[in-house]
Design a protein around this ligand. Structure first.
Ligand SMILES: NC(=O)c1ccc[n+]([C@@H]2O[C@H](COP(=O)([O-])OP(=O)(O)OC[C@H]3O[C@@H](n4cnc5c(N)ncnc54)[C@H](OP(=O)(O)O)[C@@H]3O)[C@@H](O)[C@H]2O)c1
Length: 317
């Protein structure tokens, strides 16, 4: 690879977006795999790193990007030419990540992907799939014939949660924050606008909520759950806090339960992998917005403002 050039998005200062630069193709050392990246996610976690607001941060300059999909160019461990996804082991956190055409990654961060899989789907499915599965099955413990309300239902985690809950036999209500997203709630759910969320619009009390939004949406959703019902909290983009009247909370008798993929990831990994097969076959859907690396600003804006429909991915081919 010596002499070949490669484009990379390089973060030079926390709080400013990375700059697209040309640099020599990096070389892999023993224990590392060189991947020609084809697609990489832009996710809230990546933006937290760019903003310098995450517990694990790289020394700068650094390449962000915690998840990617590409083709193995050189490796002692993985077959050359294989389609793989890469994530974990500090990638995009302590180590240079995937917002680049060529990434050197630890061998242990490389996972084979079925040939022919859309790289954008391959790099984006795992977190929403495992989170949706953990929220519905492990944490909210949804049973057939229960009524489940999902917030952020046009988002990546939310839309998959709707589909996983519906397939568990639940009746699902999908809540979105803006009217433009009503049509993007998966057909398995009845779509409701957050500002119009009430016992009337939702059709009576629900047994469980999976909340991917937080803040005032979570507060309002809590009031719709039956006594002994469960609320699984996944995310808090709309607000990190809200106040609870403890007397009302005791009276309502609703459990608020965290979904933490860092502690639950391994136990749902096989289920998430199975969902990739169904996503690739079109049995399940995960909307993806695609951007070239030169359109990073636009991609980030769509994610930061909550306007994005589903996943935001940089295409690097
Ligand atoms: N607990 C875990 O282990 C875990 C794992 C994965 C993800 N997460 C978190 O779960 C959340 C959802 O993830 P995701 O990938 O589904 O994200 P996403 O696709 O961006 O969806 C988040 C949804 O939040 C809503 N939202 C409301 N206010 C927003 C704002 N100011 N900015 C952005 N979005 C806003 C939007 O829906 P409306 O427009 O309908 O309101 C948006 O669709 C994120 O906070 C993520 O960090 C947590």
């Amino acid at each position: 690879m010596s002499g070949e050039m490669s484009r990379a998005l390089v973060l030079e200062q926390f709080g400013r977006l990375p700059r697209l630069v040309e640099r020599p193709v990096p070389e892999a050392s023993p224990g590392q795999t060189l991947v020609r990246m084809l697609a990489s996610q832009v996710a809230h976690l990546d933006l937290n790193v760019v903003d310098g607001k995450f517990g694990i941060l790289p020394d700068l300059p650094a390449v962000p990007g915690t998840n990617g999909c590409g083709v193995v160019l050189t490796s002692d461990t993985h077959p050359e030419g294989a389609l793989v996804r890469v994530n974990g082991k500090g990638l995009g956190l302590r180590l240079d990540g995937c917002w680049t055409e060529h990434a050197v990654v630890p061998d242990a961060a490389v996972i084979a992907v079925p040939e022919g899989t859309d790289p954008a789907l391959a790099c984006r499915f795992f977190t929403p799939a495992s989170t949706a599965w953990a929220a519905v099955h492990s944490v909210a413990a949804v049973r057939a014939d229960e009524r489940v309300l999902v917030t952020g239902a046009a988002g990546a985690v939310g839309s998959l949660t709707v589909q996983v809950a519906a397939r568990a036999g639940a009746e699902v209500i999908g809540v979105v924050g803006r009217a433009s997203k009503l049509d993007h709630v998966p057909a398995a759910a009845k779509a409701v606008l957050a500002t119009e969320m009430s016992l009337e619009t939702v059709g009576g009390q629900v047994d469980a909520v999976v909340d991917t939004v937080g803040g005032p949406v979570l507060r309002d959703a809590l009031g719709l759950v039956r006594p002994r019902g469960r609320v699984a909290l996944v995310g808090y983009t709309a607000g990190r806090d809200f106040s609870v009247d403890l007397a009302d909370f005791l009276l309502a008798d609703v459990s608020l339960l965290p979904v933490n993929l860092m502690t639950r990831g391994k136990e749902v990994a096989a289920d998430a992998e199975r969902l990739l097969t169904e996503l690739a076959a079109g049995v399940l859907s995960l909307p993806i917005e695609r951007y070239g690396p030169e359109r990073l600003t636009e991609a980030v804006e769509r994610l930061r403002t909550g306007a994005a429909i589903g996943r935001v991915v940089l295409e690097l081919a």
